[in-house]
Design a protein around this ligand. Structure first.
Ligand SMILES: Nc1ncnc2c1ncn2[C@@H]1O[C@H](COP(=O)(O)OP(=O)(O)OP(=O)(O)O)[C@@H](O)[C@H]1O
Length: 238
């Protein structure tokens, strides 16, 4: 289904239950182009469920998620797509950063980043050149040939950020991206994530328990018992 939209993401009336547990109830949210948004809330409040639905990892029982499509000048309802179509859409338009980075341990830092481009058809040579540029931009020049086990937590997380950006997705989701890091490293990784995403006009959605991470985002959405209880400014610079 095609619908016109002025936001990058416009979700309306999302509900999702697991058995008798309501994970989300009638959640509506918009995300602007180039906006950074933190999603906060107590454990079990529905943060991951919302992120999974907004990113097309899983479907909703009710509601719609319209993703703007600059190429066609209209929007596409991702809840109406088949599982294969959603997989393609995630590959082409969405980047992910997870708490533990989820890098492939047997590949080098460069290969971990390049592989994201190669799966969408870019040649190895071109993919590795682009991956190298992203690693340098994230302060990892000289670490291209290291495997994840030879990197610190903060370095590995910056490789994961490079991997999420290399395909130039217009929407990046990060699930507790600094959860395993100390305060100082966490701040550096967050800065790198914001810089890499928002400065090129892409939008960032971060699920976090950390108020410092939320403060770095332009807006914070708070969930409780599967509903949005606050949707305001985070007080951060972007
Ligand atoms: N696959 C599932 N099967 C059954 N219940 C689920 C499933 N996924 C989530 N839930 C339930 O849905 C509710 C919301 O879960 P969700 O993971 O979205 O919360 P969260 O805010 O991300 O929590 P946390 O901060 O602990 O990660 C919880 O009550 C959870 O137990």
């Amino acid at each position: 289904m095609k619908t016109t939209t002025t936001h990058l993401v416009r979700a309306h009336g999302l509900s999702k239950a697991f058995g008798t547990t309501s994970a989300l109830t009638d959640v509506s949210v918009t995300i602007g182009h180039g906006e950074s948004v933190a999603i906060m809330g107590p454990s079990g409040s529905g943060k991951s469920t919302l992120m999974h639905i907004l990113s097309g990892i899983s479907g909703a029982d009710r509601g719609s998620v319209i993703l703007d499509d600059a190429a066609s000048g209209s929007g596409i309802d991702i809840t109406g797509l088949s599982s294969n179509q959603r997989t393609r859409l995630r590959r082409d338009r969405i980047g992910f950063v997870f708490q533990e980075g989820l890098l492939l341990p047997e590949l080098t830092a460069l290969e971990n980043v390049a592989v994201a481009l190669m799966t969408s058809g870019t040649s190895r040579r071109q993919a590795e050149a682009e991956a190298g540029r992203w690693l340098s931009a994230l302060g990892l020049h000289g670490m291209e040939d290291r495997r994840p086990g030879q990197l610190s937590g903060g370095q590995a997380q910056r490789v994961a950020i490079a991997r999420a950006q290399v395909t130039r997705p217009d929407l990046v989701f990060a699930d507790e991206p600094t959860g395993a890091l100390d305060t100082e490293t966490s701040q550096r990784v967050l800065d790198a994530l914001l810089e890499a995403t928002v400065s090129r006009g892409a939008s960032l959605v971060v699920v976090t328990h950390d108020p410092a991470v939320a403060a770095g985002c332009a807006r914070t959405i708070r969930l409780q018992d599967g509903r949005i209880v606050d949707d305001g400014l985070g007080g951060g610079p972007r």
